[in-house]
Design a protein. Structure first.
Length: 349
């Protein structure tokens, strides 16, 4: 007698999915915060804004992924940091609007669910949520045979934050304001299609020693997770010392800083800042022009902040453990907001 078909024979393992849910429940509980109602397992997540301390809030939402950095995670088997990247890419976009991250949801899709692999990814998401002070309230795990090659997976993240109506950013930016940078941990989560092309051209493998990071493999060094700036930027904002902030992602400083500046102003970058060694290596190995480096990568600036008092702002940020540099100022200019770079040609060396 021929047995009938079932879901597992079609490539979907319901038992594995249920095992993953049980494995990640403690991770989600470790991120809980004021305002969260209930736990994992419902059809939706509930959040009480009043319990979180808001009086007249405006909700702010973001969604993002980690791009082709996932390919390096898959090729190297390093799955425990891309979840931090995923959270960072969302919550860093919330805080530049003055919003406190409240909760986070993830979408994990794969061809065949590997519970160990998926739990490592979600453990990273939980760690990112703890760093950001937001709760992991739910998500979706999709097992889709035929859609992904063996071992491959995709990630997306969604975060919601809130700000009191009168505390939204950007504020009033004016000529004479200073621009500060918060140091990045490396490439973060943008430009990895070019990174992978450069690595391929260099002839190096992921397991080889990183030319720019002693004691680390190339894969591990490039997988350094995106820094989460929530607590330090919110501390600066609450101190009344922040006018505008830009998360430096794809497009670099020239593409992101003008997004928070008003028409008739320009950001002049005229002071060099600490640049992690990975960027000099990428520029040399790929023969990438400085202008292209600045347009593709963060080049050491994870967050750019416009402040009225550089010294006072820097003191608050350093107390939060940030690497802070004054990198320029706001000037009057004709036309749309722009960035002018007045750095020596050797700034990336």
């Amino acid at each position: 007698m021929t047995s009938g078909l079932d879901y597992r024979s079609a490539g979907v393992d319901i038992d594995a999915g249920e095992a993953l849910v049980e494995a990640i429940k403690p991770l989600a509980r470790s991120t809980t915060r004021s305002g969260v109602l209930g736990g994992l397992g419902g059809f939706g997540a509930l959040f009480d804004l009043k319990a979180a301390g808001f009086e007249d809030p405006v909700l702010v939402s973001t969604t993002d992924g980690v791009g082709t950095k996932l390919k390096i995670a898959i090729d190297t088997g390093i799955h425990d940091t891309v979840g931090i990247d995923l959270v960072a890419m969302c919550v860093n976009d919330l805080i530049v609007q003055g919003a406190e991250p409240l909760f986070f949801l993830d979408y994990f899709a794969t061809g065949k669910l590997d519970v160990t692999q998926a739990r490592a990814v979600i453990a990273g998401i939980a760690e990112g949520c703890r760093q950001a002070g937001c709760a992991l309230v739910g998500g979706e795990t999709a097992e889709m045979p035929g859609m992904y090659h063996a071992g491959d997976y995709d990630l997306a993240g969604f975060s919601v934050g809130a700000a009191e109506r009168g505390a939204l950013l950007p504020g009033i930016v004016a000529p004479g304001d200073a621009i500060l940078s918060l140091g990045s941990a490396g490439v973060h989560s943008n430009g990895f299609s070019l990174v992978r092309k450069i690595v391929e051209a260099s002839g190096l493998r992921w397991g080889d020693s990183a030319p720019f990071a002693a004691g680390q493999t190339l894969g591990a060094a490039l997988m350094a997770p995106t820094r989460i700036y929530v607590k330090s930027v919110l501390a600066l904002h609450r101190a009344g010392l922040l006018k505008a902030a830009a998360h430096i992602t794809g497009g670099g400083l020239p593409g992101n800083l003008p997004r928070v500046l008003p028409k008739g102003t320009a950001a002049v970058l005229d002071r060099a800042w600490p640049v992690p060694p990975v960027f000099a290596w990428l520029a040399r190995a790929g023969k990438v022009a400085p202008e292209e480096m600045l347009r593709v990568f963060n080049c050491g600036v994870g967050m750019a902040l416009v402040v009225p008092d550089a010294d006072a702002a820097a003191a608050v940020l350093r107390a939060q453990g940030e690497q802070v540099s004054r990198i320029g100022s706001i000037v009057a200019s004709d036309g749309p907001a722009a960035v002018r770079v007045e750095l020596p040609a050797s700034w990336l060396a």
